[in-house]
Design a protein around this ligand. Sequence first.
Ligand code: A2P
Length: 340
Amino acid sequence: MKKFYNVAILGATGAVGRTMIKVLEERDFPIDQIKLLASPRSAGQELEYYGMKYKVEPVSPEAFEDVDIALFSAGGSTSKQWAPIAVEKGAVVVDNSSAWRMDENVPLVVPEVNPEDVKWHKGIIANPNCSTIQMVVALNPIHKAKKIKRIIVSTYQAVSGAGAKAIKDLEEETRARLEGKYYYPEALPAHIAFNVIPHIDVFQDNLYTKEEMKMVNETRKIMHAPDIKISATCARVPVFNGHSESVTVETEEPITVEEARKLLSEAPGVVVEDDPFNNVYPMPIEVDGKDDVFVGRIREDLAFDNGLSMWVVADNLRKGAATNAVQIAELLIKYDLIKK
Ligand code: A2P
């Protein structure tokens, strides 16, 4: 008999939380009861699930009573505070923040790459950083066939990755500038309209940002490849939704463009859109609302001997966050890892 589960979303009012509600609906996730949780600021606000209105509740220990699966997207400090409580109440937490990702007791999972890692969870499973998810989905098939030694990546990240306030910042600053007015973003470190900001998350002692180091460390953990050398530059661009990445890899064995196209077109969760002479390549505006990772501009790299370059685009709110989290929850059900 099919089982149904009680699911809570912490951060339901946020950009990712709202997408989680949509993705659960679309994938017909077997839900008995859904609970929408946020901060006390949002208590009483209503959100729709399957056309029905649900009141948002302020998070509390009691809110996790009888919850089987808790999807968290409410930032790192909220997760640090509430994930152990949710686990104590019997829920399995799938957490979208960076709070637990590098904890050696917490699996970090991208279902197309390391699904089996969910099996050793101890209550919390971490959802990787959005830019990391789309990159590893595209690179894992190449790594398995030709062993990647080195990755150089530059990202062009949408404002939705910085949350609902950053989306408002882009909208308001664009409008203000076109009207000759001044606006300074609230959620971003610099002007975003008609600009590019080479700064996401905080700077570290090594002069890389935390976002860039997430791409380095999380990729190694997910791909079980501690020796891959990775260098990342992450930039915020004035795009509402959909992250783009220029990725170059050096492989141990040579790889041709044709081989790469074949590997990628057979890979789960990847769509190859690569016909440059007909202007076919993935772009954020076109991947908005889609769950796959799109790859184009596949070409031999001119700087490395066994080098391959490509352009990787995905909806960061979906595959980079909500969809990946719901896929992890589906794996928990598939492997019968939820106590009922
Ligand atoms: P709220 O809307 O009540 O502030 P985003 O990343 O789009 O800004 O969304 C962040 C989400 O995390 C929102 O749903 C927000 O709720 C929630 N959140 C932020 N801080 C807390 C907190 N301390 N406790 C519970 N939820 C929080």
